[in-house]
Design a protein around this ligand. Structure first.
Ligand SMILES: Cc1cc2nc3c(=O)[nH]c(=O)nc-3n(C[C@H](O)[C@H](O)[C@H](O)COP(=O)(O)O)c2cc1C
Length: 195
């Protein structure tokens, strides 16, 4: 049995009634049943630990000898990513994209010569990791991939995480059908984890 470490990142502004968090809880329960010797870490972006990238921090990224709490946080978040095998991101669609807190998170972890390099043919430095996305959205997903999935796949692949599976829970605004859809998504999670 392989020892794995999973990092769960939640980004819905809702604690109660959040479909992405609810499916995230289900995913973790199923994950732990299948990976009994795994470690699960959690990072809830509602904690407000992660601020917007600012000039001083950006200059620190580029090698200027600045110290800032955001720079230290960036180092910590990147170190955390290097020490995991699996990433689970639960994410709602807000105004056709990812929540600003999640964007701020990635603004701190997408970093030159730390998580991507311009010296290699492919930039990403975080190899051999698997990511799962649980995306919730009020409307119906009409396209093949929704904008949240597209953006996250692009960012993740830039830092080297190319093995990505996305569960899209669309239509959460449709109260009549939403519970049936939750069941369908739970079954999808089971099927995916059984593979
Ligand atoms: C500020 C805000 C913006 C939203 N924008 C969109 C949107 O662009 N497209 C969409 O389908 N749903 C949108 N929604 C609905 C959410 O995606 C939906 O409620 C989803 O279930 C939220 O995730 P959660 O259940 O995990 O909290 C928005 C909701 C909020 C609060």
């Amino acid at each position: 049995m392989k020892y794995t470490t999973l990092l769960r990142i939640d980004s819905s502004l809702r604690i109660e009634g959040s479909y992405s968090r609810c499916l995230g809880d289900f995913f973790i329960q199923q994950w732990e049943e299948r990976n009994p010797i795994s470690t699960v870490r959690s990072r809830d972006l509602l904690d407000n630990e992660i601020g917007h990238l600012d000039q001083k921090t950006l200059e620190g990224f580029l090698g200027k000898p600045h110290r800032s709490s955001l720079l230290e946080l960036s180092d910590k978040l990147i170190d955390e990513l290097y020490h995991i095998d699996v990433l689970l991101i639960t994410v709602p669609m807000y105004n056709f994209g990812i929540p600003s807190r999640l964007k701020s998170y990635f603004d701190l972890v997408v970093r030159h010569e730390k998580t991507y390099s311009t010296k290699n043919s492919t930039p990403g430095l975080l190899n051999n990791k698997k990511a799962y996305i649980i995306c919730s959205m009020g409307g119906q997903n009409t396209g093949e991939k929704n904008l949240v999935e597209m953006q996250l796949r692009r960012i993740l692949s830039y830092i080297g995480i190319t093995d990505v599976h996305c569960f899209t829970m669309d239509g959460t605004a449709d109260q009549k059908r939403v519970q049936a859809k939750v069941m369908t998504k739970k079954n999808e999670i089971i099927q995916q984890l059984n593979q």
